[in-house]
Write a protein of this length. Structure first.
Length: 184
């Protein structure tokens, strides 16, 4: 009898039938979650690239030649409107919804080119949430430095990663661009 018990234990230890199924059942959910993670992080990176390009397009459009001898308030308002319109158009061409955009939190603390005080976010009279700041100091102080325009905003992205803490989490992806103002 004692010999039979040893044979049974040895046979159970050596027996590997069905081990592949158990290993596959353990590894498959982990692989599936990793593949989903790669896909969703790729989507987030794609949206980041699109909103960054939109901010750059807006800043570029707002920096187009402004009249140095004209009324500074109307010139700034035109630059801000141009920047907001170009940003919105770039988002639409990237198939992103501009109505989902919000002001960046916290708003960028940028200094004015003329007064040196803080420049608040404006939207150019449109009902959008792009933070356009102009004219801002890019380098130096006052008239000795370069003046520019800044466009910044945040866009939402929602992950779908089951079995993780990121499942159905919404994150805000930030975009910002600064460009030197062009003189006539």
């Amino acid at each position: 009898m004692k010999g039979m018990g040893h044979d049974l234990i040895r046979r159970l230890v050596v027996e590997t039938r069905g081990a592949e199924i158990a290993e596959t059942a353990a590894v498959l959910p982990v692989m599936f979650t990793i593949l989903l993670g790669i896909f969703w992080f790729g989507q987030a990176f794609s949206i980041y690239g699109a909103i960054t390009r939109a901010a750059q397009e807006g800043a570029r459009a707002g920096s187009a030649p402004y009249c140095a001898t004209c009324n500074p308030a109307s010139t700034t308002l035109q630059s801000v409107t141009n920047a907001a319109n170009a940003t919105q158009a770039a988002l639409i061409s990237s198939q992103l919804d501009p109505t989902k955009v919000r002001y960046p939190i916290p708003a960028p603390a940028l200094l004015s080119c003329s007064s040196g005080g803080a420049v608040s976010c404006t939207s150019g009279g449109n009902s959008n949430n792009f933070c356009v700041q102009a004219p801002i100091q890019l380098t130096g102080t006052g008239s000795s430095g370069l003046c520019g325009i800044s466009v910044s905003f945040q866009y939402p992205f929602q992950f779908w990663l089951p079995f993780t803490s990121l499942n159905n989490q919404s994150i805000w992806i930030a975009a910002s661009a600064r460009v030197r103002m062009e003189n006539r």
